[in-house]
Design a protein around this ligand. Structure first.
Ligand code: PPE
Length: 303
């Protein structure tokens, strides 16, 4: 990850090194924040922001869940994101974040001042080019995905990501690349920062939004692309057995894009190499974000 020049915070730009918060901020102590992750694809037509409005809608849904109120509308936040892309040289990923910046001791978030920031970075490949091309090795984590009974599992709440950090750390320490988490029912939920798809006999399956997952925008894009390519793509419960015995498995995420999975708990998936439909979907997604496939032009916003 490389830093950029300027960060948007509460309506103005400050230098990267000046974007600071107090150590006693509520968000730092209790994880009270909502964030997003958005890709920017530089292509021959300019810098394209992928599905900006959909990301910002999810951001505002998260704010509603937390009962946080910003002095900006959704459209004003979209414009602030565009502006952040314009003022920074080398951007491929954006992280808007609304967090309780006020200093506070005690859990009650009511009345604690909120701040909102938009950080632009140059991320490159999230899991690494090698993994994106040749596939990731997963373990099923001993940490379960935070579920709907104890958290707003479908919102990108900062504090919820501690479980993802624990799962990721466990995976890496066991020599894997990524962690797959189960939900309270013991079914497959998602990875530390990615949704999961399996392919069995030519059909795609991905866990339902009620299975304690984040409703990924890349997930939604892949469902649409697969259906437009003539494949059946179903949102359904996915068991541990089904993921082990799938013909192909892949992960989706803004950061990870489409990443093949070739091994889970030391069991090769299919023939242990990225599957052909996974490859087709990777290519289809690449054609969309590079602006080559005009059918999905409304998913890209140029600045
Ligand atoms: N599940 C989780 C838990 C998740 O964090 C992400 C995004 C997804 C699924 C995929 O959602 P979407 O990006 O809308 O397709 N994870 C972000 C990376 C987390 C991080 O900050 O690191 C991302 O991909 O931007």
């Amino acid at each position: 990850m490389k830093s950029t020049e300027k960060i948007w915070i509460n309506g103005e730009f400050v230098k990267w090194e000046d974007a600071k918060v107090h150590v006693l901020s509520h968000a730092l102590n209790y994880g009270t924040g909502v964030f997003e992750g958005i890709r920017v694809y530089p292509n021959s037509n300019g810098k394209a922001i992928f599905r900006l409005k959909d990301h910002m809608r999810r951001f505002f849904d998260g704010l509603r869940v937390m009962d946080f109120h910003l002095p900006y509308t959704l459209e004003e936040m979209c414009e602030a994101v565009r502006e952040t892309v314009r003022v920074n040289e080398d951007v491929d990923y954006l992280k808007p974040c609304a967090f309780l910046a006020g200093e506070a001791v005690g859990l009650n978030p009511v009345g604690v001042p909120i701040s909102v920031s938009i950080t632009a970075v140059n991320m490159g490949s999230y899991l690494g080019k090698e993994i994106q091309e040749n596939g990731a090795k997963l373990i099923i984590s001993s940490w379960k995905r935070p579920w709907n009974m104890s958290s707003p599992a479908g919102a990108k709440i900062n504090g919820l990501y501690v479980t993802s950090c624990l799962a990721k750390m466990e995976a890496v320490k066991l020599g894997a690349d990524e962690a797959l988490m189960l939900n309270a029912q013991g079914n497959v939920a998602e990875c530390s920062g990615e949704n999961i798809f399996i392919i069995k006999r030519g059909k795609l399956y991905t866990p339902k939004t009620t299975d304690s997952i984040l409703e990924g925008i890349t997930r939604n894009s892949i469902i649409k692309l697969a259906r437009d390519m003539g494949y059946e793509a179903l949102e359904s419960e996915v068991s541990r057995l089904e993921v082990y015995t799938a013909d192909e498995v892949f992960m989706t995420g803004t950061a990870a894009e489409i990443t093949p999975v070739t091994m889970i708990d030391h069991r090769p998936i299919g023939d242990g190499r990225p599957g052909s439909l996974t490859r087709q979907l990777q290519e289809a997604f690449h054609n969309v974000v590079s602006g080559k496939d005009r059918r999905y032009a409304d998913w890209l916003e140029y600045v």
